[in-house]
Design a protein around this ligand. Sequence first.
Ligand code: 8YV
Length: 318
Amino acid sequence: MKPQVLIIAPLLPGQMAQLEAAYDLHRLDKAADKAAFLAEVGPQIDAAVTVGSVGFTRAQAEALPKCKIVSTSSVGYDKIDLAACAAHGIAVTNTPDVLTDDVADTALMLLLAAARQLPQGEAHVRTGAWAKKGQMPLTMALKGKTLGVVGLGRIGQAIADRAEAFGMAIAYSGRSPKDVPYAYYPTPEALAAEADVIVAAAAGGPETKGLVSRAALEALGPKGIFVNIARGSVVDEAALIELLQSGKLGAAGLDVFENEPNPDPAFVTLENAVLYPHHASGTVETREAMSQLVVDNIAAHFAGQPLPTPVPLPKVAA
Ligand code: 8YV
């Protein structure tokens, strides 16, 4: 009998075909009554596939007594209940590295669009304002400015590399200093006081909820720019909206929001916010690489080989 794999959220078609050829798939993503479907197939499931925006819950772990691995097509795993996976002996894998460049590119795209006012410039052309009103207002150069990275992990470092190529100085904040040639600050507030731009690149989850506080956004100031390619939970979103509305924060470039895919409706009223629908890894090339890494992790599990990209799990209380 083939291993039984639960599809909580699908991969790209090429990788789904690989899963279909190797395993018996059970499509929870297509089930009308998901609770009934889980009750029926849950006891036979050996592995599960999901994505970052969907995750894996404690209830699902409890409904899959035989499941030994959950593989997510995402680098973030803030919607996966790691404690439940640890308690039920379920390994977790994610998809780091293959998406680093696209996510870092998106951070710079959002920063440039916010700093050079791309949405406003496009409107200036499309609406005929250029002919009627002449040149659009002057904007902000990146060269010579300081970029503060909140969370200098793999993606944060890739963003810093790109920003340096644009002539920016780099500073960062995080739990502890790293062996890097950048100024370190212990908090985002301290970092924002010294930076012209801050980019949130920290992992999502309870430990980073509200990490970029109202005080940090206020410290950026009316010419400051905030970029978020991490998670909506990483910033005080109410403060972000209020400060953008009042002009106490200059601009924002946002790929992630609370309450996706229905972010706070205030965002679409903000001319000084560049908005992107959580699509930083959303290229054919990167999503195929992420999907393939999920397939490879599942295959390694069933072959009894080391998992390519395991997620560290919390220790289970004795
Ligand atoms: C995923 C992401 O595509 O990798 C992550 O953590 O946020 C994105 O790249 C998204 O989570 C898929 O739902």
